[in-house]
Design a protein around this ligand. Sequence first.
Ligand code: NCD
Length: 360
Amino acid sequence: MRSLISILDFSVEELDKLISTAKDIIVHPENYVEKCRHKKLATLFFEPSTRTRLSFEAAMLELGGDVLGFSDSNSSSAAKGESMADTAAVLSCYADIMAIRHPREGAPYVASNNATIPVINAGDGGHNHPTQTLADILTISREMGRLNDLTVGLCGDLKYGRTVHSLIEAMARYTGVKFVLISPEELKVPGFIRFNVLERYGIPYQEVSSLEDAMPKLDVLYMTRIQRERFDCAETYERLKDSYILDTAKMSQAKEKMCVLHPLPRVNEISVAVDSDPRAAYFRQVLNGKYMRMALILMLLEEAQRDPIRRGVDTSGYLRDRVCTNPKCICQVEQELPQLAKLTDPEANIYRCIYCESKV
Ligand code: NCD
């Protein structure tokens, strides 16, 4: 049985396969309307969402399946103190597959170790958001005709923006991709992306603060919202919130053939006047998200049918004496979880928490 917790759980071949299934769904939707008949998707949303939850629900309904779940953690037993592990075990009795969004980093991973059905990470804190990446890569593929040989600019909150982390992890594995990381000093990409992905695989990247200067070289511009809810200090958010605003003047500096993506919701970072520019792909990206989630549900259910056994985590190579200090990690609130750290950089002897990937 497989789950999707990090986009690194899928190989490039598997990502390409999902893209081709999604493209087939777009052309022949009638072939898919019965594919998940009598199957149920549970959506467990412990954090606000419009697109992701409804997109999962629409995807399952278009496959002929059913959905159940909640979108407010206060209405679930988590409010009574139930652990993620128990919630996952219980939901496995009601549904065939589940999608979880949680403010705690690593929560869907914990669920996947205790569920007997596939688990999909629909966003965990400021960590990862692999299904948004599926929407993003289908959009890039459809808009640009390729996923190789692209200069990808990511702009805004690269520290807390979980969609940014998963997108870098995915795109870094396509050949000829370069990144321009555009952010204020305080919101640069975190270590688990910088060291585990960009440095480790020698991916070309630049870190800059000016969107104007970066504009002319980009094939893809990925704008993001400054993630207010992840800031510890309200003043810092207020100071940084309007760091970048993409407007028609900046668009006039961009290549004629490029595309602008945004995971949405936007707050102020893209002026509404840009919406009518043919390069603005963010609403098409929303629709692509539904097709990719359809392809994902199909793939995970097929895999679960072929191989229904959940593989336990092999913890033999992990250290148990390092303590995770990330206040947003699931291990801070669920006392039963063992502290486990894996060696991610043997040369520098760096260990990271297995739940949230913070350095320990
Ligand atoms: C993103 C998220 O939740 O991380 N939204 C989404 O899923 N489409 C981006 C955001 O909230 O800024």
